[in-house]
Design a protein around this ligand. Structure first.
Ligand SMILES: [Zn+2]
Length: 406
């Protein structure tokens, strides 16, 4: 006799064929209604009401077919978030009517992401832009600032939180800060120029001096288009706030307020969904705290590949004792640094070191081989093994307990 799972599979198959029939649905617009259909199906199948399931799925398929090509319902805002993680937060709050897409896809390293021309168009059509801030969006900042329509707000999710030093997502811009012109610029425009990649690095200075001057002007122009809180896009400080769940709650609150501001007609829905998601996040925080109690205080020392876990450490009582690439994940660690870390691991008897899932870390493998420590992954962003924020944080907590627990 077919069980509930067979029933679900059959309906999902039918639903997919309906979507195919609609044609021209971009993958990202398809994914959301499909996920919704899955949730509805499981809920209904548990109550053993197949008729209701069919009706629900048919209506979801109908909505998916009749919506605009990017999935936004009539009058609903189009939201473009920088990372898949911020898009997930926005989706949790925005609900099904609103189209939410991300610029940097999951599993792609934010440090080395290369934008394509389609992204400029999506930014230009957005009614709300969601970014993290503190330099995380270095690779797309220029695109965002140059293409958003006038009056379209940029929510900086990390605004209002106290930044720690370090953890920069940048490409050797320290050297750029040393240029003569660099010293003469105001702090903000200097940072904007560097972060936007408008001031060439050392070694190119002479060949590009004129260009540099024009770029500098352009950088100042762009900086002037960033008003108030938006300036935090280029602020100094560690951008990885979201790895503390309490900070994620603050992100969700900011996104909720921004959605309410751009689309008051759906304010009640935004508030309800945000409250439900925040309750889930608080439960997740408690779960993580309970789990990491398995790690004795003396063993709460973490060695990481990329300096992304200072907020996670601070929130959950771990100290980051070494990071292989403290300033820039695209740079090479020196032999002396590597030797020092190996020595530290041996001296402190640290049983595990942590790689970042989206960055290759041969140096870390070598450190582990030399010191006898295991290599485990920590996730800084969504990707394989961290398909949602909650999955990511659970995987991180598990990795800490597995690596350092008794
Ligand atoms: Zn990072």
């Amino acid at each position: 006799m077919p069980g509930p799972q067979d029933f679900v599979n059959a309906i999902v198959g039918w639903y997919k064929s309906q979507l195919e029939r609609c044609g021209g649905m971009p993958g990202r617009a398809r994914a959301l209604p499909l996920a919704t259909a899955g949730r509805l199906l499981v809920a209904v199948a548990r109550r053993r009401r197949p008729g209701a399931a069919v009706a629900l799925v048919a209506s979801v398929a109908f909505l998916a077919c009749s919506g605009s090509s990017d999935g936004a319902a009539d009058g609903a805002p189009r939201v473009v978030a920088s990372t898949a993680l911020l898009a997930e937060f926005a989706r949790q709050v925005a609900g099904e009517d609103v189209s939410v897409t991300s610029i940097i896809p999951p599993g792609v390293d934010a440090h080395s992401f290369e934008p394509n021309p389609d992204i400029a168009k999506r930014i230009a059509r957005a009614q709300l832009l969601v970014v993290n801030g503190y330099g995380l969006e270095e690779s797309i900042l220029k695109l965002v600032v140059a293409n958003r329509r006038s009056g379209v707000p940029i929510v900086v999710a990390a605004a209002g939180l106290e930044p720690l030093a370090g953890g920069r997502h940048e490409d050797g811009t320290e050297t750029r800060h040393d240029s003569r012109e660099g010293r003469e610029q105001s702090t903000l425009s200097r940072i904007v120029g560097a972060v936007l990649g408008l001031v060439p690095g050392r070694g190119q200075d002479e060949a590009h001096e004129d260009e540099e001057h024009e770029d500098e002007e352009h950088g100042k122009e762009l900086a002037e288009r960033l008003a108030g809180e938006e300036r935090l896009m280029v602020a100094e400080g560690d951008p990885h706030f979201w790895l503390d769940v309490a900070h994620a709650v603050s992100y969700v609150e900011r996104i909720r307020d921004a959605l309410v501001a751009v689309d008051a007609s759906r304010a009640d829905g935004y508030r309800e969904r945000a409250a439900a998601f925040i309750a889930e996040l608080r439960a997740l925080d408690g779960e993580i705290r309970a789990q990491i109690e398995a790690v004795p205080a003396a063993r709460r020392k973490i060695v990481v590949f990329h300096d992304a876990f200072a907020y996670l450490g601070k929130a959950y009582g771990f100290t980051v004792v070494a990071s292989v690439l403290p300033a820039n994940p695209n740079k090479q660690a020196s032999t002396r640094q590597v030797a020092e870390i190996v020595e530290l691991i041996r001296r402190e008897r640290i049983p595990a070191v942590y790689a970042v899932a989206t960055l290759s870390s041969q140096v870390l493998e070598a450190i582990a081989a030399d010191s006898g420590a295991r290599v485990l992954p920590l996730h800084e962003l969504l990707g394989p093994g961290a398909e949602s924020y909650e999955a990511m944080m659970r995987a991180n907590a598990r990795a800490l307990v597995d690596g350092l627990g008794r």
